[in-house]
Ligand binder design. Structure first.
Ligand code: SIN
Length: 262
């Protein structure tokens, strides 16, 4: 899992390079392109070669391009209590509270702290494949309700206006997904957004989801990305989970630009 590529300028990638990058992403799940210099519009345009960039209202956007969101050490719950927030600090896959979650996420390290602030990933194909045959049979065909504000949430999320909340009612997704390109099965979990397994008693559902999350985040399925300024990291949300870490020194800045594609 995970591949770092040097010497590719994403703003000028040829069609051949682009095809090679997409193949490498399907094989490695997480792809890092080092040494990029991309203003917001150029970042969005480079990412548009991987899919159609989507606007996401839950995060602030750059003034230059509203498809480029900001994830920053200065993020606050502006419409809520105004306190500091660490977006993405628990294990999740992006957008699972939506009925049509994004497929890929691209994160660009604009300012990275001197240490800490890594992003951790887990390989959800490997997590699925390592389940016992009994567990695979137990979870086959199960569906899970995901919500923006789940009652099981482990990391505070920003408060959103009523109109926006109405536009993102709960979503139902399979617990095991078949990746549309690779055809492989992957566990589909989100510690921060899953509410309950459809048709299962709450206590049984909580126990099952907790057990599957604990299994999926075992170190043997993990990759930890240590950021360098100028890294663009792309991951496939259909077969990974990830988690931000806010463990960098007090007073240091971390600024990421993010694009998600349909
Ligand atoms: C995210 O969850 O999309 C952001 C991850 C990070 O900031 O490391």
């Amino acid at each position: 899992m995970a591949l770092a590529v040097e010497g590719v300028d994403l703003a000028r990638a040829t069609a051949e390079t682009q095809t090679a990058l997409i193949d490498a992403l399907h094989d490695n799940l997480v792809l890092c392109m080092r040494g990029q210099t991309l203003a917001p519009v150029a970042f969005r345009d480079a990412m548009a070669r991987f899919g159609t960039p989507m606007k996401r209202l839950q995060l602030a956007a750059t003034p230059e391009c509203d498809e480029v969101n900001i994830i920053s050490s200065e993020d606050r719950d502006e419409l809520g209590d105004g306190k500091k927030l660490v977006n993405g600090a628990s294990w999740h896959t992006d957008d699972s509270f939506m009925r049509e979650p994004c497929s890929l996420t691209m994160l660009y390290g604009v300012i990275v702290p001197s240490r800490g602030g890594d992003t951790q990933f887990v390989n959800m194909y490997a997590a699925y494949e390592a389940l016992s045959p009994e567990m695979k049979a137990r979870i086959a065909g199960l569906l899970v309700i995901h919500k923006y504000q789940s009652s099981r949430q482990t990391n505070r999320v920003s408060r959103r206006p009523e109109s926006e909340m109405k536009a993102m009612p709960e979503a139902i997704h399979p617990l095991v997904r078949i990746h549309p390109v690779t055809g492989r099965k992957a566990l589909y979990l989100n510690a921060n957004r899953m509410e309950q397994v459809v048709g299962m008693e709450r206590a049984e559902s909580d126990a099952l989801l907790d057990r599957l999350i604990a299994h999926a985040i075992e170190p043997r399925f993990q990759y930890r990305h240590v950021w360098r300024q100028g890294d663009v990291v792309i991951w496939d949300n259909r077969c990974t989970m990830h988690k931000a870490n806010a463990d960098y020194p007090e007073g240091e800045r971390r600024l990421m630009h993010r694009v998600v594609v349909a």
